[in-house]
Design a protein around this ligand. Structure first.
Ligand SMILES: NC(=O)c1ccc[n+]([C@@H]2O[C@H](COP(=O)([O-])OP(=O)(O)OC[C@H]3O[C@@H](n4cnc5c(N)ncnc54)[C@H](O)[C@@H]3O)[C@@H](O)[C@H]2O)c1
Ligand SMILES: Nc1ncnc2c1ncn2[C@@H]1O[C@H](COP(=O)(O)O)[C@@H](O)[C@H]1O
Ligand SMILES: O=P(O)(O)OP(=O)(O)O
Ligand SMILES: [Mg+2]
Length: 275
């Protein structure tokens, strides 16, 4: 194994193989203990229709149901949030995830298009033209704003869907979908997340789906793998300590190094990690 690979695996705490049942229990226990310790009773998460929010959403709902049963306190709730930018191409997948699998206590829907477009217009008037790519990051941050607004109102915590295969490439918007209070999928790679979904009985179309951030209007539903230039199969192999082609390993390590800043708090004068 490459030396950097070993270091990355250790930092991101990825296991070469998992017991899916044990991982489900461990992650539910984590959210359970977090809520008990903080006294918060509500979890909030955007559900896109993709694999990661389907898994994190179901784990959140299971956590809340367990706490309600243990405490007889109906204040424990999971709020699933639909956050389309106008019409969403895979809206039916998002609703299937919610209705057929996650079964959340409550669903809220906020269209992020008016706020996003208003922000882009204001920036243009101020003299800063916004590229389609940069607008994509504004969409991700609008979703963060909505989730924190709901969490603030209901005394809840925002659940993030970041996991090891996204963390290693920094493939998320800083303070957008990267902004959350708890990340129950941390340490899992993409295929391990799939194993948990299978165990939990998710519809196959949701875990067999091509992962997409779907943030760019110029390239709708653009697969993550196309933007990254490396396949999740290769990323997962790398994270599980297997040999991958040197082209793939170089690509992954390049992303990891370039996105180091996303995995730290803002850089302060006495910090040295970035030097
Ligand atoms: N799959 C997903 O969830 C998802 C979602 C959105 C975006 N994406 C992808 O993730 C990426 C997000 O775009 P991005 O990374 O260009 O935007 P970003 O906003 O996440 O990060 C860029 C910003 O980070 C800061 N920054 C850059 N280099 C830095 C450094 N060395 N030290 C400290 N701060 C630094 C700057 O403020 C810069 O504007 C893209 O690859 C996009 O396609 C993926
Ligand atoms: N359209 C969406 N509705 C609700 N929540 C969404 C939507 N798109 C993204 N999200 C949230 O952001 C994360 C990250 O998504 P990526 O596909 O990894 O970019 C996702 O898990 C949802 O929680
Ligand atoms: O974060 P999600 O739920 O949108 O999953 P994916 O990254 O597979 O699109
Ligand atoms: Mg997605």
């Amino acid at each position: 194994m490459r030396k950097y690979q070993e270091e990355i695996i250790k930092t991101l705490q990825v296991k070469p193989r998992i017991d899916p049942q044990e991982e489900v229990q461990r992650r539910v226990k984590f959210m359970h203990d977090f809520l008990q310790k903080t006294g918060m009773k509500v979890l909030v998460l955007g559900i896109s229709g993709g694999q990661d929010s389907t898994l994190a959403g179901r784990l959140a709902q299971l956590t809340i149901e367990q706490l309600r049963k243990e405490t007889n306190d109906d204040a424990y709730k999971f709020i699933a949030v639909r956050l389309p930018y106008g019409e969403q191409a895979d809206e039916s997948d998002a609703m299937a995830a919610i209705n057929d699998f996650i079964k959340p206590d409550r669903v809220m829907r906020v269209n992020i298009k008016p706020a996003t477009d208003a922000m882009v217009d204001s920036l243009t008037v101020a003299g800063s033209q916004i590229s389609d790519f940069n607008k994509g990051n504004i969409k991700a941050r609008e979703r963060m704003i909505v989730q924190y607004a709901i969490a603030g109102q209901f005394g809840g915590a925002v659940v993030g869907t970041d996991h090891a295969a996204e963390a290693v490439t920094g493939f998320y918007t800083k303070f957008g979908d990267g902004g959350a209070d708890i990340t129950p999928l941390a340490g899992l790679d993409k295929r391990q997340g799939k194993q948990l979904l299978k165990l939990l009985g998710a519809p196959a179309k949701l875990y067999d789906k091509t992962p997409t951030a779907d943030l760019e209007e110029d390239k709708p539903m653009r697969p993550d793998e196309e933007a990254l230039g490396v396949r999740y199969e290769e990323i997962d192999d790398y994270l599980e300590g297997r040999d991958v082609s040197s082209t793939a390993a170089d690509k992954i390590e390049g992303w990891y190094t370039r996105t180091q800043h996303k995995r730290h708090l803002p850089i302060a004068p006495l910090d040295t990690w970035w030097k």
